[in-house]
Ligand binder design. Structure first.
Ligand SMILES: [Zn+2]
Length: 268
């Protein structure tokens, strides 16, 4: 298995690179595999062939093309379940899931969390391994030091979804679907120039060859220290928002602080 494989006793998780910066997370044993958000069937088929794995199922977080385009090819000659939200762009979903629904992958019980904002139907999958390690597959909702753009939802919806994810155990490993970490950290440092945790993470990721070793997964604990979208209403960030936008951010609501950081990043 590649260096980037993480072992969780009854299964492992390996990132499959797709397009320029997507990760298709593969949850697998020595014989069987599930994939999360297969935007490209070719890289998944190559991985399955190389490691002699049978595809047992697919889970989907939202309807964007780079997360779903591989589904139809992967299921055309396989009778396997596809779990995902209800959305007209993903007719291949065979098991529509909503908030609170559960599924089991190699003994890992995953619970569906409804996290709208990036898109309106976006869901995430959270579970705890037999050894007690919490895991989160969050699609394009939370990134290392960043968050997904608001294509469909409101800032309040996205902020609520992100704040909800911060209530998960600090040790939760977060499997994001894009390698945006370095550019996100550069923006985070602009928002919080005195945050030494951000500086330290930036030098770590700059020393990584992310084509071989992803900067992910991240953790909820780390995101609470470095992610400007989770920290948007802290006094030092309000102060920067005031300087950036020329209006006093002292009286902004938490959602307004989040919206202002998002707007800043969109134009960064
Ligand atoms: Zn997306």
């Amino acid at each position: 298995m590649p260096n980037a494989t993480l072992d969780f006793q009854s299964f492992s998780i390996t990132p499959i690179h797709a397009y320029s910066d997507n990760y298709i997370w593969c949850i697998h044993t020595e014989e069987k595999a599930w994939v999360v958000d297969p935007g490209d069937h070719k890289v998944v088929e190559a991985f399955l062939t190389e490691h002699k794995l049978d595809l047992d199922g697919i889970i989907i977080t939202h309807h964007h093309w780079d997360h779903i385009t591989g589904i139809s090819k992967l299921t055309s000659n396989r009778q396997i379940p596809v779990y995902g939200p209800s959305h007209p762009k993903i007719p291949e979903v065979t098991e529509v899931v909503n908030e609170g629904d559960q599924l089991n992958i190699f003994g890992l019980q995953l619970t569906v969390l409804f996290v709208p904002g990036h898109t309106l139907e976006h869901i995430a999958y959270f579970g705890i391994t037999a050894a007690g390690q919490p895991l989160l597959f969050c699609g394009d909702t939370l990134f290392c030091a960043g968050c997904g753009r608001l294509f469909e939802g409101t800032p309040a919806q996205m902020n609520h979804s992100l704040q909800r994810l911060t209530t998960l155990n600090d040790e939760t490993l977060v499997f994001c679907t894009h390698e945006y970490t370095e550019s996100n950290l550069k923006f985070a440092l602009e928002v919080e120039p005195d945050n030494t945790d951000i500086e330290a993470e930036l030098s770590i990721v700059q020393a990584l060859d992310t084509s071989k070793q992803p900067s992910l997964p991240t953790s909820i604990a780390k995101e609470k220290r470095i992610n400007p979208f989770l920290r948007a209403s802290l006094p030092q960030i309000r102060q920067k928002l005031t300087e950036q936008f020329g209006v006093s951010a002292d009286t902004f609501s938490e959602d307004e602080c989040f919206a202002a950081v998002r707007r800043w990043k969109d134009n960064f």
